[in-house]
Design a binder for this molecule. Structure first.
Ligand code: SAM
Ligand code: DTB
Ligand code: SF4
Length: 337
C-alpha cells in the first residue's frame, strides 16, 4: 500500500463501451490500488463479469522462434548479448517446425500462439519467413501473436496482410524506472512501435514486468500509461520477473509480495475492463492460492506449456488440475474476446 484510501474517496471506475473514454490519473489509480482488498476485488470482479465470463481462462502458447544474441541491453533478459546468461543463440526457425509446434500447442488446448524473436527489430529478409509462420499458424485456426521488437509501418502492413491478430511489445515498467533497466531504446521508441501497430490495424498486446526493484508507484504508473493509450491494449501481459543469473536485474530484483501482485491485477482489470489480462512469466513460482486470487481479481489468460521463451512454466497437467479444482475452464477463442 502506498497511501490511505477510504472506500468512498475513489471515483467510479472505468469507461463503458460506447461512452467517451476518460484518462486515468496516477492519484486515482493509487487510490484504487490502496482500497481495502474486499472493496478492490469487488470492483474488479464487477467489471470483469460485465465484459467476460469469469469462469473462463484463455490459454496462449509461446515459442521462441529466434533465441539469444540480441543487441539490446534489457537488464532483465536472458537473451541479450550484453550478459553472460548461458543462453545459446540460434537462427530463425524453419516455418514447418514452427507450425508443427503450434499444432502441438493447439492439441494441448491453446487458442493463441505467440512467436517471439530476440531482435531489436526484424530485418526485411526475416519478414518473409515470419509472415509465412503467421499464415501457417492461422491456417490451424489459432489466433496469432508475434513479438519481434521495434517495427516500421511497412513491416506492420506486411504482418497485417499475413493475417496477424496481435503484436506484443511491452512497455515493461514506468516511464521513470525504464532508464534504469534499458538504455538501447527508449520508452518513446516503444510507444512509437505501439502506435504503428495500432494505426496498421493489428491488435495490441502490451504489458510489463514486476519484481525488478521498481516501487509500487512504478507498477501503478506502468498500468496508467497502458490504460491511457487510446484505445488501451486489447491484451495486457503481467510478468513476474523470472530470475536470470548474469543480468543486472539479478542484483536489484526483489521478490514480489503476492497480495501486492493481486492488487496490481485487480487494478489492471479496473483500468482496462475490456482487455484480456494475462498472468505471464513467473507462474511457476506462484502458489495455487496466489494464482486463484489473481483469477478472482480479473486475470483471464495464462501461458500454457512447460517453457516460455527460455525459462520454465507450470506443466499443462498442473494448470488443468488447478482450473478443475476451481471449477473453471479454458476459454474458447470467441469467448475470450
Ligand atoms: N525482443 C522482443 C522485444 O523485446 O520486444 C520480443 C521478446 S521479449 C523476450 C518479450 C518480453 O518478455 C519483454 O518485453 C519482457 O517484458 C518479457 N520478459 C523478458 N525476459 C523476462 C524475464 N526474465 N522475466 C519476465 N519477463 C520477461
Ligand atoms: C510477455 O509479456 N511475456 C512473454 C511474452 N510476452 C513474449 C515472455 C516471457 C519471457 C520470460 C522469460 C523467458 O522465458 O526467457
Ligand atoms: Fe532483446 Fe527482447 Fe530480450 Fe530486450 S527483451 S534483450 S529486445 S530479446
Amino acid at each position: 500500500m502506498i497511501g490511505q484510501a477510504s472506500v468512498t474517496t475513489v471515483s467510479p471506475p472505468a469507461t463503458q463501451a460506447g461512452k467517451p473514454r476518460r484518462s486515468w490519473t496516477e492519484a486515482e489509480a493509487v487510490a484504487l490500488y490502496d482500497l481495502p482488498l474486499p472493496e478492490l476485488m469487488f470492483r474488479a470482479q464487477s467489471l470483469h463479469r460485465r465484459h467476460f465470463d469469469p469462469t473462463e481462462i484463455e490459454q496462449a502458447s509461446l515459442l521462441s522462434i529466434k533465441t539469444g544474441g540480441c543487441s539490446e541491453d534489457c537488464g532483465y533478459c536472458s537473451q541479450s548479448a550484453a550478459y553472460d546468461t548461458g543462453v545459446k543463440a540460434t537462427k530463425l526457425m524453419e516455418v514447418e517446425r514452427v507450425v508443427a509446434e503450434a499444432r502441438r500447442a493447439k492439441e494441448g488446448g491453446a487458442t493463441r500462439f505467440c512467436m517471439g524473436a530476440a531482435w531489436r527489430s526484424p530485418k526485411d529478409r526475416d519478414m518473409d519467413k515470419v509472415c509465412a509462420m503467421v499464415r501457417g499458424v492461422r491456417a490451424l485456426g489459432m489466433e496469432t501473436c508475434v513479438t519481434l521488437g521495434m517495427l516500421a509501418p511497412d513491416q506492420v502492413a506486411r504482418l497485417r496482410e499475413a493475417g496477424l491478430d496481435y503484436y506484443n511489445h511491452n512497455i515493461d515498467t514506468s516511464r521513470e524506472f525504464y532508464p534504469e533497466i534499458i538504455t538501447t531504446r527508449t520508452m518513446d521508441d516503444r510507444l512509437e512501435t505501439l502506435g504503428h501497430v495500432r494505426d496498421g490495424g493489428i491488435k495490441v498486446c502490451s504489458g510489463g514486468i514486476v519484481g525488478m526493484g521498481e516501487t509500487i508507484a512504478d507498477r501503478i504508473g506502468m498500468l496508467v500509461l497502458l490504460a491511457n493509450l487510446d484505445p488501451p491494449p486489447e491484451s495486457v501481459p503481467l510478468n513476474l520477473w523470472n530470475e536470470i543469473r548474469g543480468t543486472p536485474v539479478m542484483d536489484k530484483g526483489e521478490p514480489v509480495d503476492p497480495i501486492a501482485f493481486v492488487r496490481l491485477v485487480a487494478l489492471a482489470r479496473i483500468l482496462m475492463p475490456e482487455s484480456v489480462v494475462r498472468l505471464s512469466a513467473g507462474r511457476h513460482a506462484m502458489s495455487d492460492e496466489t494464482q486463484s486470487l489473481c483469477f478472482l481479481a480479473g486475470a483471464n489468460s495464462i501461458f500454457s506449456g512447460d517453457v516460455l521463451l527460455t525459462t520454465g512454466n507450470p506443466q499443462r497437467q498442473q494448470d488443468a488440475a488447478l482450473l478443475a479444482k476451481l471449477g473453471m475452464r479454458p476459454a474458447t477463442p470467441r469467448a475470450a474476446r
